[in-house]
Design a protein around this ligand. Structure first.
Ligand code: ATP
Length: 475
């Protein structure tokens, strides 16, 4: 068993009242290659900077070899960082750039010479000592940046999107080189990227992040084959995601069909189902578990990417067999190609208050609602009062309530209206026949809703909820 080198315990980071990292727990073993993977703004860099010591956690602790280093400055941590922008000194040559940190430590010249020579070999740039930085390609500059970091022999190397500025071919080459450097050096690597393929190629362990929180931690195989939720499935690789229901403990229903699966989940549980395109097998219409009509087929080099319509559900298939648009096909999915996950949010829940004109105020908006829900058997009397079954009149203005709004009841519009809550779309997932959106309001509350149309991340929308869909409960 390898020992732990870094532990992050209950880390939280708040910038200007905004929580950007929350409830972050992670153990990194000595010599591991760990990757933080997630969309832009999800808190990867901030977490890395806390490990480096450029930022301090608002809450929680960071342990290095079991000792709390949360408040130790960067220069006292045995950690080096490589950034996307190489931050090399343009006026120094390769040798002086790499030797910079060693010169500061005032090591003997002969030791410095030896170390620089060794690391230039590791990054495959021996003989480049006298070259000026401006004469190097992007990939070579990045290798020098890595050489400059590893020459200090850190216990941990942090790499923040180090290949982000390189073109695709160079990036692929450098991915393999970095991986072999990692194996050769035995240093612990903590790597940040938003590129899932890069993460899958290089890592021992991937930490999938969204919105400041860890969604799943696991090996590349675990993350790909057993995604924990629709976000991870959608973010890692191509996938079909459907809303489903357990028809029996090992039978799941989606696309109006029952499929045997390997998940032992109680009957009637609502679930999300993930099927990778390569797990959909094309058959004759008669032999398939479901039938569909081919909508498009594109040759991708190793396989055809075929989209078929099964009722109103779109199914993406990767197959070595071609099919032509308009053709009827059958499709089969083996039980182990079906991944059943807990359903996403089904109900939005907020803290609210009843206004004096009888509306429910929550999430930055005010909505008409049925106040009689608050007292069983009551009837509405005034604008914001009810008469209970016992005949008592109750003024509800200022009453604190819990407001529940089913995901299926919310819709959105780009038209702003005075009373409606509004916010920006922060993420969405395609679920076969509709999109599942998350909209964050100015009050930092989220609405999850389903829509057929495609909107963009960042779009500002207002939220509509029919009066009879708002469920009120007294606190
Ligand atoms: P990217 O891939 O785009 O670099 P990321 O996942 O690394 O994104 P972070 O850079 O960690 O994300 O940022 C997380 C959130 O914290 C963002 O909303 C960002 O605007 C915010 N943030 C980061 N640094 C600061 C700061 N010094 N002050 C205020 N907000 C900050």
């Amino acid at each position: 068993m390898r020992e732990n080198i870094i532990e992050l315990r209950n880390i939280k980071k708040v910038f200007d009242d905004t929580v950007v990292v929350d409830d972050f727990n992670l153990t990194v073993k000595k010599g591991e290659f760990v990757t933080f993977l997630g969309p832009s703004g999800c808190g990867k860099t901030t977490t890395l900077r806390m490990i480096a010591g450029f930022e301090f956690p608002t809450e929680g602790e960071i342990l290095l070899n079991g000792k709390d280093i949360s408040s130790l400055p960067p220069n006292l941590r045995p950690i080096n960082t490589v950034f996307q922008r190489y931050a090399l000194f343009p006026h120094l040559n390769v040798y002086d750039n790499v030797a910079f940190g060693l010169n500061l430590k005032k090591l003997p010249k002969s030791v410095i010479n030896e170390k620089v020579k060794n690391v230039l070999e590791v990054v495959d740039l021996e003989g480049f000592e006298k070259r000026r930085i401006s004469t190097l390609s992007g990939g070579q500059q990045q290798r020098i940046a890595i050489a400059r970091a590893i020459v200090n022999e850190p216990d941990i190397l942090l790499l923040d999107e180090p290949l982000g500025a390189l073109d695709l071919k160079m990036r692929k080459e450098m991915q393999l080189e970095l991986k072999s450097m990692h194996e050769q050096l035995g240093i612990t690597f903590i790597y940040v990227t938003h590129d899932q393929e890069e993460a899958l190629t290089m890592s021992d362990k991937i930490v999938v992040m969204s919105d400041g929180m860890i969604q799943q931690t696991g090996t590349p195989e675990e993350i790909y084959n057993e995604p924990k939720n629709a976000f991870v499935a959608d973010f890692i690789g191509e996938s079909n995601i459907f809303e489903g229901r357990m028809a029996a403990s090992m039978t799941v229903e989606f696309c109006k069909t029952q499929f045997p699966c390997v998940d032992n989940v109680p009957k009637d549980t609502r679930v999300d189902v993930v099927v990778r395109p390569e797990d959909v097998i094309i058959t004759t219409p008669e032999e398939g578990q479901i039938r569909g009509v081919v909508d498009s087929a594109v040759f991708k080099g190793m396989y055809y990417e075929i989209t078929a319509l099964c009722g109103d559900n779109e199914i993406v298939i990767e197959s070595t067999r071609n099919a032509s648009p308009g053709q009827e096909i059958g499709m089969k999915i083996d039980p182990d190609g079906i991944h059943v996950m807990p359903a996403g949010v089904l109900m939005n829940v907020y803290d609210g208050v009843i206004t004096k004109d009888g509306r429910a105020a929550f999430a930055g908006g005010e909505y008409e609602c049925d106040l009689t829900q608050l007292y069983e058997g009551s009837r509405q009397s005034g604008e914001c009062s009810v008469i209970t079954a016992g005949g008592e009149e109750i003024d509800l203005a200022g009453t604190y309530v819990t407001v529940e709004v089913p995901v299926k009841a919310v819709s959105m519009s780009d038209e702003q209206k005075e009373y409606r809550a509004s916010g920006n779309i922060i993420s969405f997932i395609y679920k076969g026949n509709h999109y599942n959106y998350t909209v964050r309001t100015a009050t930092e509350e989220d609405f999850v809703l389903d829509e057929d149309d495609l909107w963009n991340e960042g779009d500002h929308v207002s939220l509509m909820i029919p009066k009879d869909e708002i469920i009120l409960k007294r606190k």
